[in-house]
Design a protein around this ligand. Sequence first.
Ligand SMILES: [Zn+2]
Length: 397
Amino acid sequence: MVTTAKIGVIGPKRIQAASSEVVRDINRRIVLNLIRTRHPISRADLARLCGLQRSTISLIVEQLIEEHWVVEGPMGRLPRGRRPTFLRLNEDRVIIGVDIRPTQTTVAVADANGKFASREVMATAADPKTGVADMIRCIQRAMASCRGKKIEGIGISVPGRFDHRSDRLVFAPNLKWREFDIRSPIMKATGLEVELENAANACVLAAVWFDHMDQARNLVVVTVSEGIGTGFLVNGQLVRGLNGMAGEFGHVPLDPKGPVCGCGSRGCWEVFASNRAALRYYLEAGAGAGDLTFPDLLRLADQGDARAGRAIEKMAQYLGRGMRMVVAGLAPERIVVVGDLTRAWHRFGPVIEAEVQAQVLPGGCAPRLVPASEDGGDARLRGTVALVLQKDFGMYV
Ligand SMILES: [Zn+2]
């Protein structure tokens, strides 16, 4: 007897057309994003770009002006006829961005365009309780500097994975603040909304929001510093996975007999390809001293130190080898590399590219490898700005 699979039928009761409020909300977000990315822009250009009636655009714009998201001015110039009034985002709506790194924490104030007005850097405390108390004092100083402006919220980038369901930092091998609630004490002390995100995911948001990569549907960011983080956009969506743990390619072992990693395992990708790995290669070659920093190493290579050059080349080779996993797993169109190494891209870029190209699967194609336009700190901070704003602008998370 042949049985047929039962296929669910969507009856009229299960179909619900989008309500006019939903349509209005979507149009509002489209207009807000167009003003964000194309400002200064006139109402007529907005209508042309989104294919809506001028009257609909005028209504949406009036609402955005009333909500203080958008301001008018300056006047445009046309050869003849009425002079249009340009629209732009209100610079008096600000966001406080916090970038926690294993050794230092930065607190900055930015406007909705991702432009920073101020920033303060402090050492990151070894225990989370002290670290959060230090951060709160710094955030309160930043808040005091924003008198007369509306603070949208606080965005925090963490060097680890944050579980949005339990509100806990669940994996931060280089920070060692495990299972700690960072969010509640900051919300309580400031009265502001607080959003947390993994540092690599924050860089994905920064690339999409501020670096005009919003056309890329499949994008990977690889952050290289004390460790290696990856964040990715798949089919236009930021991927977090179960417990927020997606993207830990840095802790996939390349050699089970390799050096011990901060996560407790051995031979992870990051022990071979992080900034610390390059410093270790240099010391193992009998050069340098223990207090050498990664920027020092880049400088030495530029001054003609052959051992520094070889240490950097080895790090670059391992970066490329590890990226093969990323390419095979996610087939991105583009890989954005963030970190101090982008300053020496003439050394890193060709080696990484050759390693990735060497093993592209049949049918696959190598992604475009791009160094980030700004250093890692700025990328993470701008990502925290996007993290706060995406609630109103409605994209990607
Ligand atoms: Zn590891």
